[in-house]
Design a protein around this ligand. Structure first.
Ligand code: FES
Length: 64
């Protein structure tokens, strides 16, 4: 499922970012460039959705 239509960011990409330790709102905004010129801004406004999905990814990451 797409989480950001402007940039074509999928839920699995955000989950993978979480597995890589990127779980804070500002980290996610930077990684996915959610403040870019030409974006609608919906994602930056609803960044908590990204944080939730990234946290799910972090919770399922393997410690190895
Ligand atoms: S849908 Fe993500 S910035 Fe527009």
């Amino acid at each position: 499922m797409y989480m950001c239509l402007c940039k074509g960011i999928t839920e699995s990409e955000v989950r993978a970012a979480g597995r890589a330790g990127i779980v804070m709102a500002n980290q996610l905004k930077t990684k996915f460039d959610l403040k870019c010129h030409g974006c609608c801004g919906r994602c930056a406004k609803n960044i908590h959705e990204f944080v939730e999905v990234a946290a799910q990814g972090a919770a399922t990451s393997c410690p190895r």
